[in-house]
Structure formats: structure tokens, C-alpha cells
Design a protein around this ligand. Structure first.
Ligand SMILES: [Zn+2]
Length: 351
């Protein structure tokens, strides 16, 4: 799939699947930005909310832009095979960061990582000393190809000094200091956060029992998956998902995170009983993923990127967040459908 066609093609397949399942679709148009071909960008939200529903399953894709390719396939495929229950509402939030998906970036149009943006901006912003002290080891000041070993040297020497876990935490926990840096959490709630939270509150705010699954890629071993619990550690629904659950991001291959969509939306809307998880599908080793992010970041902010730079960035991002290998796609899709079916049936049986 080319960058130009990815967003529109995913959107078209999703809307077809949602219409076939007779879901109600709301399309939230991005007020400011457009796709590379000049087309409008939307978050499409498909809902099935029966009057007697007491619980809901919410499934989100594309919080991290380009990662939405897998999430979108999962959502469309799940709608094709899902069996409605009049007790359980379902809401599918398609491509939460449509600009990032359309432009093959992980962040939004303002370089904001939406999954670090769900913090209270009225309070003091989280401090990330690791990033503040080491950003020159991450943000490139000149072009490297991914074949140049010296690209990794600053990161490796930082890891030798502070340990790999400290480096991973400094990189991935988010930072609120450098607006043009990596994993920037923003300076105010972004459009996606407000639009999605308001929609969930207005349509599902009356329900007491809600499970939200946010689908991501790029963390963990190739073609494996895990469920990272961001809110609701004690939820009985987790038993259904079994051995893939890690309790909280501190026990997973992810560093401890704050300001995540799945972690905070339940609290923002005020659901009494809320479970928020990230379903992570592994691709490449962490250093390879980081290499892709650093190179793409440089190419994006370069005033005049060459074609070679743009092509390299695009190839690396694709490999790190939306692999094209059939085996990876099939494995991830199968596992993801199992997770969604597991949570849907868990909600049905615990009512
Ligand atoms: Zn992600």
C-alpha cells in the first residue's frame, strides 16, 4: 500500500464493514489538516448501542498514526464476523490520529504523541530528566542511512552508562520539553483527544461497565502480542485473555507510561467500572524501531529532504510499524480477533 492510498483505502474498507453490520457511523472531520492528496481527514466512529445495553466494548485504532494499518484491518475483520449481543454496546474508533496514518507518521500534525497527551495540562507537566539530559543522543543533527553503524553509537553508549531500561524509559515515557523532539506529549489537549473523549462521553456515558482496547504495533518480539493493562488492573475480564496479560506497563516490554488514551479515558468520562488496555503487536527489535523513528524524525523536520531520505524514512517506518509480511499480518490479525472476542464474551458473561 502506498502512503498516498493507505488512509483512504483503510477508511473505505472500514466504512463498508461498518455499514454491512448496520452500525451507526459518525465521521469527525479534522478541522485543520488534510491528507497528502489534499483530501479531508476523519476519525470514523461506528457504534452499536442497544437501549438495554449495560456494558460496552470500545476498540481504538491508529492512536499512533501509521500503526493504524493493523488496527484498521482488525476492526474491519472483527465487524465482519462479530455476533451482536443486545446487552453489550460496541464502539469502534477508526484511526484516532488520521493525519499520522495518512502521512505515515506515529505522531499527529503538531508532532504530538497522542498516547502521551492524556495528562492534566492545568497541573505541572511531568518531568523527564533522562530525555532532557540526553536528547542530543537521540535527535539526529545530520542525515544517516540505517546501514551506518555510527547512528546507534550515542544510544549504545548512553545505555552502557545508565542501563537499557533507563534509556527506554527516558525515550518512551513521553516528554513535554521539546516540541520538535521524539515522544512529545504536547502543550494542551489535542484535537483527537477532545473529539474522541467527547464522543465516548456523549454516547456511552450512561454505561457503568466499559472495556477499551487500543491497538498498537512496534513493541515486543516479532509476531507476538501482549495486553498491557493501563487502567483497571483488578478487572475480572482479564482472566479471559489469559497468559498474554501483563499487569501494567511496568511489567511489560513497555516502560511505565502516563497520559495514555486507554489509561485515562475511563477516568475522564467517569465510568464506574473501567478496564483500559493496549494490545501491542511486536515487530522489530527496539534498536531497529528506534532507528526508524530517529531517521524519520530527521527527514520530517529537514527543510528540504531528498527523495532518498523520504524513501528511506518511509521504508523504515513501514517495517517498524506496519510490516507487509503475510505471516506477520495473519498472526497479528488472528491474535487480535481472539483478544476482541475474548473481551466481548467476558463482558457478556459477567453481566
Ligand atoms: Zn503505539
Amino acid at each position: 500500500m502506498t502512503i498516498e492510498s493507505r488512509y483512504h483505502s483503510l477508511r473505505c474498507s472500514f466504512r463498508t464493514a461498518a455499514e454491512k453490520s448496520r452500525l451507526d457511523i459518525t465521521s469527525l472531520k479534522h478541522p485543520l489538516v488534510r491528507a497528502p492528496d489534499g483530501g479531508d481527514l476523519y476519525i470514523d466512529i461506528a457504534s452499536y448501542i442497544p437501549l438495554q445495553a449495560r456494558a460496552a466494548l470500545v476498540v481504538v485504532s491508529g492512536t499512533h498514526g501509521i500503526e493504524g494499518e493493523l488496527g484498521s484491518w482488525v476492526q474491519s475483520e472483527w465487524l465482519n464476523q462479530w455476533r451482536k449481543s443486545s446487552d453489550i454496546a460496541v464502539m469502534i474508533v477508526h484511526l484516532a490520529n488520521p493525519w499520522g496514518c495518512a502521512w505515515a507518521r506515529r505522531v499527529n500534525e503538531d508532532n504530538v504523541d497522542i498516547n502521551r497527551n492524556f495528562i492534566d495540562f492545568a497541573r505541572e507537566l511531568p518531568v523527564n530528566d533522562g530525555y532532557a539530559n540526553n536528547w542530543p543522543s537521540l535527535e539526529l543533527d545530520r542525515w544517516y542511512t540505517d546501514a551506518q553503524a555510527e547512528l546507534d553509537l550515542p544510544v549504545l553508549s548512553w545505555a552502557a552508562k545508565d542501563g537499557f531500561e533507563a534509556v527506554q524509559a527516558a525515550i518512551t515515557q513521553g516528554q513535554y520539553l521539546r516540541a520538535e523532539g521524539l515522544f512529545f506529549g504536547g502543550q494542551a489537549p489535542c484535537w483527537s483527544r477532545t473529539a474522541i473523549t467527547d464522543h465516548i462521553a456523549s454516547r456511552l456515558g450512561h454505561l457503568s461497565n466499559v472495556v477499551l482496547v487500543d491497538i498498537h504495533t512496534g513493541l515486543g518480539d516479532y509476531a507476538t502480542h501482549q495486553i498491557i493493562v493501563e487502567a483497571g488492573q483488578d478487572s475480572p475480564h482479564l482472566e479471559k485473555i489469559g497468559q498474554y496479560v501483563v499487569s501494567g506497563s511496568s511489567g511489560s516490554v513497555s516502560a511505565a507510561l502516563s497520559g495514555t488514551l486507554s489509561g485515562m479515558i475511563g477516568q475522564e468520562v467517569g465510568f464506574p467500572d473501567y478496564l483500559g488496555v493496549v494490545a501491542e503487536f511486536g515487530t522489530l527489535p527496539p534498536l531497529d524501531v528506534l532507528r526508524a523513528l530517529r531517521i524519520e524524525h530527521f527527514a520530517h523536520f529537514s527543510p528540504h529532504p531528498t527523495k532518498e531520505q523520504r524513501d528511506t524514512a518511509s521504508r523504515l517506518m513501514q517495517a517498524a510499524f506496519a510490516p507487509s509480511e503475510e505471516m506477520w499480518r495473519e498472526t497479528a490479525l488472528h491474535a487480535a480477533l481472539g483478544v476482541l472476542n475474548g473481551f466481548h464474551s467476558a463482558l457478556t458473561t459477567t453481566l
